[in-house]
Design a protein around this ligand. Structure first.
Ligand code: AVJ
Length: 319
């Protein structure tokens, strides 16, 4: 299992890097270096994120659950009838499952880049909901969104909870929202967004006392090692999370604690002490800034609900 890659494998990898490997290599060679946050989610990364959602400091998941609990009826009425529920970044599928009783989809389409993690969640769902048609897609929907023809075109609901849309820059978020709209004419979108609030609340949510978020961020290096056959040493790096208020976003970085050289077949990069790899942005919105974004992407009938502290928002809109 731990045998080194055969020479012919390395040669092939050098000649035919996958799009994923090219993307990683380009980001690592950039100044400053960056890696797309989707690479945080290998099986261990997905499990660590699920653990993060249970931390006292990580409020978004609980706020979002509170909104669905208190306003679920209103939200379901605003959405109207749902044929298929397309769950973007479904993970353990638990959030969608809680909405099955009120939304009553006939067809559930969870999509997640972490295919193994999704598969075990779907195995459990199939047992609990024998009447529900489930089409699980282990794919990266960040660049393109293709649904199989088995998913009926009418009354689609795109479900994008947890403020995952905050990982995208405003321009990329608009493009993604437009792509979704192109796939659900006459359907709808249900999306969770995190709100701008004080640094004293935001930063601990991304830099918790148990260091689970640090582990989640550092695990990215292990994932890169396996995808790229690179030789990052986790010990050389430390987790950094800060609120960039000018850009209204939490930033996560990995900072080299000493000068390091990282190598992979066909390339290498030197990092000086203190140099960072930017690993995630998590944009925070005001109700107005997100409503404007939806409008600019062509959505209408925009409705919005908040938790009691006004820390998180759920938006429902028609495509
Ligand atoms: C899954 C993208 C919503 O940005 O809050 C949690 C990911 N990163 N802790 C977020 C995350 C660090 C999370 N999203």
């Amino acid at each position: 299992l731990f045998a080194p890659a055969a020479p012919e494998f390395i040669a092939q990898h050098l000649q035919h890097p996958s799009p994923e490997q090219l993307e990683l290599r380009d980001g690592l060679m950039d100044h400053p270096a960056h890696v797309d946050p989707k690479f945080l989610y290998d099986a261990l990364g997905s499990a660590l994120f699920t653990a993060i959602t249970q931390l006292p400091e990580y409020y978004p998941t609980r706020c979002e659950a509170e909104i669905f609990q208190r306003h679920g009826g209103d939200i379901a009425r605003h959405i109207g009838p749902v044929q298929s529920m397309i769950d973007l970044g479904a993970g353990d599928c638990v959030k969608a499952e809680r909405l099955f009783p009120s939304l009553r989809p006939r067809h559930y389409v969870p999509i997640d880049i972490s295919a193994d993690y999704l598969e075990s969640a779907v195995r459990r769902l199939r047992l609990s909901y024998p009447g529900l048609q489930i089409t699980a897609l282990g794919q990266d929907f960040s660049h393109a969104l293709a649904l199989p023809p088995s998913v009926p075109a009418e009354q689609r609901l795109f479900f994008y909870p947890g403020s995952s849309i905050g990982n995208l820059s405003p321009e990329d978020a608009r493009a993604m929202l437009q792509r979704i709209r192109g796939q659900c004419e006459g359907g709808g979108l249900l999306v969770g967004v995190d709100r701008v609030k004080s640094r004293q609340v935001l930063e601990p949510a991304y830099d918790d006392a148990l260091h689970l978020t640090a582990a989640f961020n550092l695990n990215l290096l292990r994932h890169i090692n396996s995808l790229l056959d690179a030789d990052f040493d986790v010990e050389d790096w430390r987790h950094v999370a800060l609120f960039n208020s000018a850009r209204s976003r939490i930033e996560m970085h990995l900072e080299a604690q000493r000068a390091v050289r990282v190598a992979w077949p066909g390339g290498q990069r030197e990092f000086s002490a203190g140099e960072r790899i930017h690993t995630e942005n998590s944009y925070k919105f005001t109700p107005q800034s997100f409503a404007d974004l939806l409008a600019s992407a062509g959505y209408r009938d925009v409705a919005h609900w908040s938790d009691s502290r006004g820390w998180f928002s759920i938006f429902s809109a028609r495509a």
